[in-house]
Write a protein that binds this ligand. Structure first.
Ligand code: SAM
Length: 259
């Protein structure tokens, strides 16, 4: 995603008609309204069955059309990782690899995982171009269903804007938490209904959880130090001269596993 400011992976790569209305950012569960094409193309995916929104086919089709994201790391990841000592990291729903490649550049040994082989191939190429190919492993995996990352294997497990139905979140988040090593950090950054649901969007509020709702669902024990916040950030939508600088809300769950 080479982005307009703010430098955040969740801005589109190129200027485009986003159909962004009513001060909301309403791409598929993402804050950026990032499709690169015409409003017609935005409508095309919005008209797919929402049950398809979490599948390999849906995302491969979208990624095949064009690059989607900026290539920059997401702000919440940068804020969080700034205080961490590089180690092993897992980025689930890594898309085109902006976060994973940024982590690798900071000295992390990274596994980037996504349901879309098309995105992963693009991420692999971006990692090579960035000179971090040796530090990143790309893995195709569907985060739903039986998939689970290796237990206790990572010093940082991060998932940025990997939106699943509310009913599946707790189980999914538990799998991510289980992959965190003692002393490690879990970071879940999600879209917030304030910015993504309702009039002018294809989404209803029940698709989104606040950070506290995510924390309640995850129900981590006293062995974890949990922070749940719903901060805003500034983003330009649509990107380019016609865009408007607006405030976008995220749901951010950070949890550190005590030793
Ligand atoms: C909004 S994008 C975010 C990509 C990246 N994390 C970022 O911040 O730019 C959501 C990503 O989740 C992936 N995804 C969707 N459903 C998935 C699933 N069932 N399992 C794993 N990844 C999935 C998509 O392919 C897509 O790359």
């Amino acid at each position: 995603m080479a982005t307009e400011h703010p430098q955040d992976q969740h801005n589109p790569q190129h200027g485009q008609a986003d159909g962004h209305q009513h001060g909301r950012a309403h791409d598929h569960g993402h804050d950026h309204g990032h499709d690169h094409g015409s409003a017609d193309r935005v409508a095309a995916w919005q008209e797919t069955d929402p049950a398809e929104w979490f599948t390999e086919r849906f995302w491969d089709d979208r990624y095949r059309e064009r690059p989607i994201w900026s290539g920059n790391a997401n702000q919440r990841l940068v804020e969080t990782a700034a205080d961490l000592t590089p180690g092993r990291a897992l980025d689930v729903g890594c898309g085109e690899g902006g976060d994973a490649i940024w982590l690798a550049g900071q000295g992390w040994q990274v596994t980037g995982s996504d349901v879309s082989p098309v995105a992963l191939e693009r991420a692999r190429q971006a990692g090579e171009a960035a000179g971090v190919a040796d530090a990143v492993t790309w893995e195709q995996a569907d985060g739903r269903g039986d998939w689970a990352p290796p237990a206790g294997a990572y010093d940082l497990v991060t998932a940025s804007f990997l939106q699943f139905p509310r009913s599946e979140l707790a189980d999914f988040h538990r799998k991510l938490a289980a992959a965190v090593a003692p002393g490690g950090t879990l970071l879940i950054t999600a879209h917030h209904a304030d910015s993504h649901a309702g009039e002018g969007t294809p989404f209803t509020a029940d698709l989104f959880a606040t950070a506290q709702e995510m924390a309640d669902g995850l129900a981590l024990d006293a062995g974890w130090e949990v922070s749940a916040t719903d901060p805003t950030r500034e983003a330009v939508f649509p990107p380019g001269p016609e865009g408007t600088l607006m405030s976008v809300r995220d749901a951010v769950l950070r949890a550190v596993r005590r030793r």
